[in-house]
Design a binder for this molecule. Structure first.
Ligand SMILES: [Zn+2]
Length: 459
């Protein structure tokens, strides 16, 4: 099974190397801003000409914003725009132009309705202070050194890794991996290199292929499983929050930048901001670690995992819940489970967003019309079942898998297939097995929804 995956390592850069990387990231930004200014100028010119009543054939010709076209124009003009261009790898400029080409494509696709999701705005200029310095290399000498503690990148040379790259090196040695690109980037006040790698993964099966598990991603706990297991949040998360508050207070006491008066931030402010940034990064790392460990464990063990499709963007608008939900990383775990079940030969079923997993009784199937978020215990008025709210939801989710199998195509579909069904059960009848593409997740229609029609058809 061929997959594209990333291997990311922290770097220990010398001050000289850091300057070189920053220069490359700056070059990427220059190319990006240059291209954006050109495209904008042409667009504005055409708009102005139209207001004068100039015919469409008389307008300033459009400018192609595909990557090859941008690169051609850049190469023709770089001597004027950036006389220092020889000091940086051409990959640096390519990074910026590629980002611009994508940004413009996303914007135009979004405008013409070709792109789903939220509307994408017109790209904005990148600022030195606010953008994340990053540069990507796609060609040239990219390799992991035999000592597995260093990597070599074009122009930047040999960079020391903070940790051993043995997992990637092993794959490279036995020929099951091919590096496609390497990105050096600063996040959380630390430099990282991320290799985009095409990996030939061995086919695997979960330890218990017939096992079904429902996962209810919670607020109090990281997750509640239908087996009754409560997965806790990472231990140090609460401790780091205290520290973050203290650092935030310390920052607010120092003299920060002021856009109106043009005041520059003091050195002390910058150091405090850096410390706060590192604390944020630590929280994010801790959370990420917890989610990865949970997702890996579940995907290795169980054949079928059922989760809920939560409207995270909608929930984040709820201010009181926002922090907790963002913390739990709902969307993250969904995404991780999707690809990890694929790697391990299991499957992920995503319950429809409107499926009342919390309001349904896992014992008798009765559905409550109302259930306040404060009610942590589920009490069924029909059969008298009393159960933890999240556990009840997890059990309902697990029960969905059986329904999915009868309603759908009978036996379990091909390994690694995440079944793509039509949106929200509206066209559940048309569902075909094996039409899944990796990275997409299916949805299961709610109980008592359109599935009934399929069920009557089967029997
Ligand atoms: Zn009941």
């Amino acid at each position: 099974m061929k997959t594209i995956q990333a291997y990311r390592y922290a770097l220990d850069l010398t001050p000289g190397q850091e300057r070189a990387v920053l220069a490359h990231a700056g070059a990427a930004r220059v190319a990006y801003n240059w291209g954006l200014a050109r495209v904008k100028a042409v667009l504005d010119q055409r708009a102005a000409e139209r207001t004068y009543g100039i015919g469409d054939d008389q307008l300033t010709p459009t400018m192609s914003w595909t990557l090859p076209a941008l690169r051609r124009t850049w190469n023709a003009t770089k001597a004027d725009v950036a006389p220092w261009w020889r000091e940086c790898s051409k990959e640096a400029f390519n990074t910026g132009l590629d980002a611009l080409a994508r940004a413009l494509k996303n914007w135009s696709d979004s405008r013409s309705g070709k792109r789903a999701g939220r509307p994408v705005g017109f790209p904005r200029f990148k600022s030195r202070r606010r953008s994340t310095p990053s540069v990507r290399f796609t060609t040239g000498a990219i390799r992991v050194e035999p000592d597995r503690k260093h990597v070599t990148l074009p122009r930047l040379g040999r960079l020391k890794l903070h940790e051993s790259a043995r997992k990637l090196a092993r794959r490279l040695d036995n020929g099951t991996a091919r590096i496609m690109s390497a990105t050096v980037r600063r996040d959380g006040g630390r430099w990282h290199v991320a290799f985009c790698v095409e990996v030939e993964r061995a086919e695997r099966t979960p330890a218990r292929p017939s096992s079904v598990i429902g996962v209810d991603v919670g607020i109090k706990h990281l997750a509640v499983l239908s087996t009754g297991e409560l997965v806790d949040n990472t231990r140090h998360l609460a401790g780091t929050q205290t520290r973050m508050r203290a650092l935030g207070r310390a920052l607010s006491r120092k003299i920060g930048p002021d856009r109106r008066t043009g005041r520059r931030a003091s050195n002390r402010w910058q150091r405090a901001a850096h410390r706060l940034g590192r604390a944020h990064a630590r929280v994010s790392n801790l959370r990420c670690d917890g989610l990865h460990k949970l997702a890996t464990r579940l995907a290795r063990e169980h054949g079928t995992i059922v989760v809920e499709d939560l409207n995270v963007a909608g929930m984040l608008a709820n201010r009181r819940l926002a922090k907790h939900i963002a913390d739990a990383g709902f969307a993250q775990i969904r995404r991780q489970l999707a690809y990890k079940t694929g790697w391990n030969g299991g499957r992920l079923i995503v319950a429809d967003r409107w499926y009342p997993s919390s309001k349904t009784c896992s014992g008798c199937g009765a559905v409550k019309t109302k259930l306040a978020l404060s009610e942590r215990e589920y009490t069924c008025t029909t059969c008298g079942l009393v159960l933890d709210r999240d556990l009840n939801a997890a059990r309902n989710l697990a029960a969905l898998a059986a329904q999915f199998d009868t309603a759908g195509s009978g036996p379990v579909a091909g390994r690694g297939a995440i079944r793509k069904t039509q949106l929200a059960g509206r066209e559940a009848v048309k569902r075909q097995p094996g039409t899944a593409t990796a990275g997409q997740t299916g949805t299961v229609p709610p109980q008592g929804g359109t599935t009934d029609r399929v069920l009557t058809k089967v029997h």
